[in-house]
Design a protein around this ligand. Sequence first.
Ligand code: COA
Ligand code: AMP
Length: 638
Amino acid sequence: MTDRYQEAYAKSLADPDGFWGEAAQDIHWFKTWDTVLDKSNPPFYRWFRGAETNTCYNALDRHVEAGRADQAALIYDSPVTGGTVRTFTYRELRDAVAKFAGGLASLGVAKGDRVIVYMPMVPEALIAVLACARLGAVHSVVFGGFAANELAVRIDDAKPKVIVSASCGIEAGRVIEYCPLLDQACHLARHNVEKCVILNRPEAPSTLRTGRDIYWQDLVAGAQPHDCVPVAATDPLYILYTSGTTGEPKGVIRDNGGHLVALKWSMKNIYDVDPGDVYWAASDVGWVVGHSYIIYAPLFHGCTTILYEGKPVGTPDAGAFWRVISQHKVKTLFTAPTAFRAIKREDPEGRLLKDYDLSRFKALFLAGERTDPDTLDWAQRHLKVPVIDHWWQTETGWPIAANCMGLHAYPVKPGSPTKAVPGWDVRILDDANNPVKAGDIGAICCKLPLPPGSLPTLWNADDRYRDSYLVDYPGYYKTADAGYVDEDGYLYIMSRTDDIINVAGHRLSTGGMEEVLADHPDVAECAVVGVADDLKGQLPVGFMVINAGVERPEADIVSEAVQMVRDRIGPVAAFKQAVVVPRLPKTRSGKILRGTMQKIADNEEYKLPATIDDPAVLSEIKAALETLGYAGSRRQGS
Ligand code: COA
Ligand code: AMP
């Protein structure tokens, strides 16, 4: 017997035009499309060619006009600023966004111009993003935990007319001044940024750079509200940079039309939420989860979204999530498993839950990394609601695999994000591009064309888009995850096939870290691998071979290397461990055996690679790892 999920899935693949054309009826268009899916220029597929819309109109104005003006659109909850809570109704948020859009326009920002948003988790970050969408300008949010150098790389690639920032961000226990980072980034970048808008926060007010900077508050005071500018459905809405296999990040593009349709559809069909419900994605606006499920999807759907400036633990305790859920009547929470591991570690018995009323809470969704069975079990036992692992990527913008709670709730199988979501033709392929049989591990690929909402290409890098994703498995998008499908059609995501690691749900490139270590004057060669960590999932560990003749203490070189990664990539890299080794394990052709090193660290079985140059080197790696507490006895905690 077919269920609603099966029907939807089959239709989405058999008749994508019909399926997504119908879903698109839920969106406001200034002009409808000529073609639902334009396949005229493969592999560059475009959704809703010919249509005109405005993403901000669909997020805000539309709801104000349709009777939700006085409903809360946004609740800002900030334990790190002493418990600030601020609510914006849809009308208030629309007005604030229209004003800031007017301010940006007065600085010369117009349709197609890029604006970088480098901000902490404050309402103004959402306002800035939505104001760009209102003008048809292309926003690019840069996560606050990145260093100036990473910001500079993004400035040079996106070439923004304006950067919107704040005087500071607040991490538990420390205030991070943004302006010095911004100044350094502007200094490092070749592209000249004309204007920076600075939100002055009382926790660390800043002074301005004459000629370049203007305070947010002053810009808005003199601004006229700006209307929504119609844009083509195929115009870019944003660029979001994500780690590639080198230090140069990839600029994932999201369009306006396909993104609107897919995200709006996902809210009912995947998350089973309705307009008016309170939806909370505990992530950061700098990540794709923040873009899609803090800002856009909940607003497209007329929900109340929560913006939480705090951590799962320590702000003030491991009951913080339960406090937010009960205080703001959250129906659905979306976060990364690492947040739950942090809570579980501090409050293993879930004692703090008893202090809060979670009667309105209906489901927990987890993504960013695999939900390990222990965390799943703990969350199910204590929360007594469905706990849904779902799988997606910055590139896809919304889930590829999930238990679609609004269509048909399947039994949860621990370790699996359930099944492919409608629109995603997921296949497990071998190296010859052939499907493998159920239960066999292969490369997880998605048959082209991809559904709406997924990346149409990379910013100014069509060739890189093709080379990174489309060349290895002709006719498919390569997710760079490996896994399998079981006999019931459940998907299992096992590992990355490239050198990306996942640290506390954050995607990081070990190649990027190696580039930094290699720049240390005493380092001859190096390797970085991700090793298992009980809290963050993985942590990077660096191995460095020192130049002959260097006589400085190894500990000094290690601490300089650690500081270099922090300074160049940022604290988010969580790079705190490195060791000096006499040499690196390599194949006879010179390829570094990172996979084998990682297995040694994780105390997993490994086959001695037939092509290894000198097997004795593996004992040296093991000995070095033992000095860090790895290998032979898996490290506990971090
Ligand atoms: N600005 C500046 N620094 C930041 C930052 C930001 N926006 N976000 C994180 N950092 C810093 C942290 O303070 C930390 O610095 P430290 O080395 O001085 O301690 C470092 O970057 C690493 O951060 P993180 O890996 O997040 O570790 P943490 O110890 O601060 O917190 C968790 C651990 C598990 C509590 C936290 O990662 C978390 O809540 N994660 C789940 C939610 C999430 O963000 N998921 C992402 C995608 S859904
Ligand atoms: P990002 O682009 O930062 O969202 O990271 C995407 C990567 O995170 C994926 O390619 C996976 O490797 C991993 N990932 C995300 N969600 C899951 C999940 N539910 N299960 C397993 N891995 C996941």
